[in-house]
Write a protein that binds this ligand. Structure first.
Ligand code: PMT
Length: 399
């Protein structure tokens, strides 16, 4: 959503990490952006112009003098850009940008930009830590550019330390955040995601099919929109969203403790997690062995705390509480019943059990019911986009 139809300038300078900018370009294109690459002569020693040209589907800006399209194409590109990123940015390029030197296609275009700009330094550790490079980065930061710190690790020059270009997905994520309106700035948002697992013995448990995708998408969208996000997560196989504080839990008891502990500071609470309604009474401390009689095994279950209902009974007037309802049938009636019973401000109802909605799917279709009677249909779309629509609806309802 952040990249759809956006004009992005991708600056590439001459570092070994230039190969990563190819993947960064692919991610942006896949997300719907129109990307123009501006590269230095040195960058051309690492990745050919044709690669960028073919993948971006745009002529590469590399030479101010032989551009046949227009003599001021660098100005056209600069003024139409919604965001710009230089990845990798060498010490030489950083120095030129910091001091307003415009002696090639990239630096000349950069000087004409008025959009948000991100710089991703990448070089040998000693070069990166050199006070002159650091001073230049300070100048860029003070003049409004966003600096993405390099990763640490073994570098191409065989030294170990800071200087490695972060992975393309990370740069893509931070650029997405740069492109997103900050309409949740100053808000503390508490989100739960994923399943809970309830131990039967040390090797077995009761759980459900939640992958965490829906909750993580909301956490990522909220962080991108400027919120401080705390995500209480059951066990899932997805990376933590950048910039989000993640508290990992397993059982409903642990999720309740984490959620209720964070509750006083939260302005908005969104409970996406699929919490097990029951847990085995007295889980065995050793693996339960198979017996040879044919009586089977009876598990005694006790009801778990309804965390959402507890939050509903404790929330203050300033707090906005959103629950989810996962249903296989009678969606509206069950969702409305849950909203009332649990004292929610909004409930997001979705069908589970299908291929494209609910558990595990990358897409979802959600019906939002608000306490004031407003109903918002979010048609089938990617969970990342559902997340933004849901946050839009929350913002509209906030006091
Ligand atoms: O994680 P994904 O694979 O992306 O799937 C997303 C999802 C289907 C899990 C998500 O969209 C969803 O519907 N989440 C709610 C799952 C659920 O437990 O629904 P429920 O109708 O059983 O519970 C209603 C609400 O009460 C939920 O907000 C739930 O978090 C909360 N609850 C339920 C039981 C309990 N003991 N404590 C709770 O807080």
């Amino acid at each position: 959503m952040e990249f759809k139809d956006k004009n992005i300038l991708l600056g590439v300078t001459g570092g070994i990490a230039a190969y990563k900018s190819v993947e960064l370009l692919r991610l942006m294109k896949k997300a719907g952006a129109n990307v123009t690459v501006a590269m230095t002569d040195a960058a051309g020693h690492f990745v050919g112009k044709t690669t960028f040209e073919v993948l971006s589907e745009n002529p590469v800006l590399s030479d101010l003098w032989t551009d046949t399209e227009s003599s001021v194409r660098h100005i056209d590109v600069a003024s139409s850009s919604d965001a710009a990123v230089v990845a990798p940015a060498t010490a030489n390029c950083i120095a030129k940008l910091a001091h307003g030197i415009a002696d090639d296609a990239l630096t000349t275009t950069m000087l004409a930009l008025t959009c948000p700009t991100m710089i991703c330094p990448s070089m040998n550790t000693d070069m990166y830590q050199n006070i002159r490079v650091q001073n230049n980065l300070d100048i860029l930061e003070q003049t409004g550019m966003h600096i993405v710190d390099p990763d640490s690790g073994v570098l191409a020059c065989k030294t170990t330390g800071a200087g490695r270009l972060p992975e393309p997905w990370f740069i893509f994520d931070r650029l997405g955040a740069l492109l997103t309106k900050k309409d949740l700035a100053g808000k503390n948002i508490l989100i739960s995601a994923g399943p809970t697992v309830e131990a039967i013995d040390p090797v077995r448990y009761i759980s459900n099919h939640s992958s965490g995708k829906m909750g993580y998408a909301i956490a990522r969208a909220a962080e991108n929109r400027g919120a401080h996000v705390t995500l209480v997560s059951g066990p899932v196989n997805i990376d933590a969203p950048v910039g989000v504080e993640v508290l990992g839990v397993e059982s409903c008891v642990q999720m309740a403790e984490a959620m209720l502990g964070c509750l006083p500071n939260a302005d908005i609470i969104i409970k996406v997690a699929a919490v097990a309604d029951y847990r085995p009474v007295n889980p065995a401390d050793k693996k339960i062995k198979k017996t040879n009689d044919n009586d089977g095994l009876t598990l005694h279950l006790s009801e778990n705390q309804d965390i959402l209902k507890t939050i509903g009974s404790r929330k203050g007037d300033h707090q906005f509480l959103v629950g989810f309802a996962a249903e296989t049938n009678d969606l509206d009636a069950y969702a409305l019943g849950k909203m009332k019973k649990k004292n929610l401000d909004m409930i997001a109802a979705n069908l589970v059990g299908g291929e494209y909605t609910g558990f595990k799917a990358d897409t979802n279709k959600v019906k939002l019911f608000s306490k004031d009677g407003t109903v918002t249909d979010i048609p089938l779309m990617k969970k990342a986009d559902v997340a933004h629509k849901l946050l839009d609806a929350v913002l509209e309802q906030l006091p």
